[in-house]
Design a protein around this ligand. Structure first.
Ligand code: SAH
Length: 243
């Protein structure tokens, strides 16, 4: 039986503590007692740990030994803000698929009321990523950046492989682009920025903006996918080249 995994909020070299709702769940629902074993994530490292002390809103663990961590994929998903329920589902799936960071983007065709509500909603998106990371036993939680206008996010690090998922693109597939990238960067593992547009797609001036900032337009095939489907497909294809 695999040990349950908890992501600690506070830690030092010998102990780690979880607080709030997850501590309450562990204490009240799972009735944790001192001595119970678990995996505890502290500072991006995973430890075999055992419960040292339990109170209604705090559980402290003794860290016994570090165990093998599974590094996240070096991928940042630039995701245009769109219908929150679908977007939140995409955040959970991207977390399961190993994304390192998600940068919500305010795109031209992001609906105005969603653009205005996005910054406030980011805390909820962080909670979704945290819970999903715990559920899929990641040793880290993806970073959810504050929403930014697309024209800020296109200035991604020039060292990153920047790929914009473009539903109109016909000549270059994501796979083609990755094959070329992996050939040219023989030794070190590149990092990737993948951009997914809103329900209404990328506006023409956004496609020009990506192009002017060194992003490569790539296709996931002839069918028009929902943004969340495109995110899952793109992350899976990139992961297949990296893992
Ligand atoms: N409203 C647009 C579709 C937008 S789909 C239309 O009907 O044409 C939302 C996003 O998913 C797109 O902006 C793109 O980033 C991605 N996407 C969807 N299908 C894709 C495909 N076949 N290839 C590459 N990206 C795709």
């Amino acid at each position: 039986m695999t040990r349950r995994r908890w992501i600690a909020e506070h830690w030092d070299e010998a102990t780690a503590t979880i607080t709030g709702a997850q501590a309450e769940h562990l204490a009240r629902v799972l009735r944790a007692q001192p001595g119970v074993e678990a995996d505890v994530v502290a500072g991006g490292h995973v430890f075999h740990a055992e419960v040292a002390a339990v109170s209604p809103d705090e559980v402290r663990f003794n860290l016994i030994a570090e165990v093998e961590a599974d590094p996240a994929l070096p991928i940042t998903l630039v995701m245009a803000v769109y219908k929150f329920d679908h977007m939140e589902w995409a955040i959970e799936k991207a977390t399961e698929l190993g994304v390192s960071a998600i940068a919500p983007a305010i795109a031209r065709r992001t609906e105005k009321h969603l653009a205005q509500a996005a910054t406030k909603r980011a805390e909820r998106w962080r909670r979704i990523a945290h819970e999903s990371a715990q559920q899929c036993r990641r040793s880290d939680v993806p970073v959810i950046h504050d929403p930014q206008p697309l024209n800020v996010l296109v200035a991604a690090p020039p060292t990153a492989v920047r790929l914009v998922l473009a539903e109109q693109e016909r000549s270059t597939t994501l796979r083609n682009a990755l094959e070329q990238t992996m050939e040219s960067s023989a030794d070190e593992m590149p990092s990737f920025h993948l951009a997914i547009g809103p329900e209404g797609g990328w506006a023409p001036n956004e496609e020009a903006l990506f192009d002017a900032n060194g992003w490569r337009a790539v296709s996931l095939g002839p069918r028009i996918l929902r943004a969340e489907t495109a995110a899952i497909a793109a992350l899976s294809i990139v992961a297949s080249f990296l893992e």
